[in-house]
Ligand binder design. Sequence first.
Ligand code: HEC
Length: 124
Amino acid sequence: MRGSHWRAALAITVVVSGCVDTVGPERAIDGQQLYENYCARCHGVDGRPVPEQPQARDLSNRRIVDTLGDEAISVAIRMGRPPTMPAFRDEFTEASLMVLVAYVRSLSGSPGSRAPDAGGASPP
Ligand code: HEC
């Protein structure tokens, strides 16, 4: 709980520097920060698509998110959804991706398929 300002600043640094992740005792990966930086401009801060991107998937809709599951969400992030959603490919490390997917799920309260608790585990 110490230094939340410091932590926020660090999270932004990680986002700005792209694929550099600080994975250590002081984990700087912040799902909300990632989401708001990369996804909210289309999917909205709360998961509801912004007016400019009405065709973006409604990530606040639990049925949609439940149906997708973690795997499909990661694939969508990595590969994008042409023509509109960009492929983020190597933008996120495995760890960041897991945190981001978990955050996306939390927008709708979907339990999804639980991601292993970091620690460098990478699903196939
Ligand atoms: C430029 C706008 C844009 C951005 C940025 C964007 N998306 Fe999307 N996203 C879309 C659109 C449009 C669709 C619907 C595509 C379709 O109908 O196939 C979509 C679909 C999805 C889906 C559903 C995929 C499926 O298989 O149905 C997920 C999950 C998703 N986005 C997550 C994200 C996440 C997480 C981010 C941030 C890392 C993100 N998106 C960034 C526009 C965007």
